[in-house]
Ligand binder design. Structure first.
Ligand code: LLP
Length: 415
């Protein structure tokens, strides 16, 4: 994945940083846009997965729309080239200011998650003399077979409008004079790997719900199946592009599209996960009572997925590629510097013998990495470095941002 020239350049940059392979991103987005044309579906990138401007500009340049969940995301999407009429706004708790600004910008639709929200949007549209397009997000009660924290389509979850409110919803939409009903929206969860079975079930359930509302006299002009397509965290090089075609084929094959109806998808993770890597360095090697610890300079504040979901990210030692001769393998608990026992990158990972200053790659970090970073322990945010700007990436400027492997800095270990 990384060539020698890139790794040599990484050596000059203060770690940790997020590295984005813009060639892979471009290829992923081109593939997605081509498949969207082939299957005659609309794609809205779920901005929450990564909000870096260069990334958003790359995605918007291919004619893909945006799926946002906050007023700031809507604003950022518009700034980065997504047209308002291809931008949707979901989320269970939109503030009045967020609603007003998005309505004023003329977004494609609010994906409304409660009857109360529809009522408020209608009232605000009347008060400001505007109109709003509204889709209803429905909770279809489908198990996405993924981590409970990223399951969104079960009755126990806070998302979407529940079945027992369907009749009231149809009646409310008939009464709201300042909104235009566009269709139905769904999203059942994230990192879904059982693509064939789970999405086929979603498509069938969606078909039943669409029929229900049509029988109530509503015109369902658009159906949005949400995002959720999983990526291969175990083997990012073998599967750099997610199985978009299987996803589109499964859903369009299991759902009976009505004449003139538009179908929509909202991938987030599958667009950006594989192009991102968190590049970090070994600070210390420590021999514990029962295991060896590799302590990195990136921690859970930089990428919280392992600590929060027990998520797996592949870890590679980049420096070891260029060491001469046989590299002995060693099992390590790879950990970060944050003062929490959950700040662990991986337990018992088999890696080449690693030493202070080695560059390490935490792979598949492009989605829900930088966006979920915090300054816990008052640590700095890891900056973004883009592959096509590598030559102008900021190099280290002082002793402390210098890699520990630099000859001017004590390596502090015995070879
Ligand atoms: N549409 C809606 C309404 C969503 O809530 C989400 C994600 C997506 C689309 C995009 O889903 P994707 O294609 O990325 O699976 N932080 C978690 C993931 C949270 C996903 C939240 N909603 C993680 O790191 O795994």
């Amino acid at each position: 994945m990384f060539d020698q020239a890139s790794i040599e350049k990484f050596e000059q940059i203060a770690t940790p940083f997020y590295y984005y392979d813009m060639e892979l991103l471009g290829h992923t987005v081109d593939t997605l846009a081509d498949l969207a044309r082939k299957y005659d579906v609309n794609v809205h990138y779920a901005v929450k997965a990564n909000v870096e401007k260069r990334i958003l500009e790359t995605v918007s340049s291919r004619g893909i729309g945006a799926d946002c969940v906050s007023g700031n995301e809507v604003r950022r999407a518009l700034e980065c080239g997504f047209p308002a009429d291809r931008t949707v706004f979901a989320g269970v708790g939109k503030s009045d200011r967020e609603i007003y600004e998005a309505m004023n910008a003329g977004i494609e639709a609010f994906n409304c998650e409660s009857l109360h929200e529809i009522y408020v949007i209608n009232a605000m549209a009347a008060a400001f003399g505007l109109r709003a397009r509204v889709a209803a997000r429905i909770n279809p009660n489908i198990d996405a077979h993924t981590h409970q924290y990223v399951t969104t389509g079960l009755f126990e979850n806070k998302f979407g409008i529940a079945h027992h409110e369907f009749d009231t919803l149809a009646e409310l939409l008939g009464r709201c004079g300042n909104i235009d009903f566009t269709g139905l929206h769904f999203h059942i969860g994230s990192q879904i790997t059982e693509v064939g079975s789970v999405f086929a079930l979603e498509a069938e359930r969606v078909g039943e719900i669409v029929t229900y509302f049509e029988d109530k006299g509503l015109h369902v002009g658009s159906v949005d199946f949400g995002g959720g397509l999983g990526v291969d965290y175990e083997a990012p090089d073998a599967s750099p592009v997610a199985p978009f075609e299987t996803w589109f084929r499964t859903i369009t094959g299991s759902y009976c599209r009505r004449p003139g109806q538009s179908l929509h998808f909202e991938p987030g993770r599958s667009v950006v996960a594989q192009c991102g890597t968190l590049v970090t360095r070994v600070l210390f090697v420590k021999s514990g009572e029962t295991k060896n610890f590799l302590i990195l300079d990136a921690g859970m504040n930089d990428l919280i997925r392992p600590a929060l979901y027990g998520a797996y990210h592949k870890i590679e030692n980049l420096s070891s590629c260029f060491r001469k001769g046989f590299s002995e393998m060693q099992a390590y608990d790879v950990v970060g510097p944050v003062c929490e026992s959950s700040d662990v990158w991986g337990q018992g990972r088999l890696l080449p013998l690693s030493v202070r200053g080695d560059l390490m790659a935490i792979r598949s970090a492009g989605a829900y990495g930088q966006v979920m970073a915090s300054r816990y322990n008052l640590r700095d945010f890891a900056p973004a470095v883009f592959s096509d700007e590598l030559d102008s990436a900021p190099c280290y400027t002082d002793y402390f941002s210098m890699p520990a492997s630099h000859p001017e800095r004590s390596r502090g270990y015995v070879d």
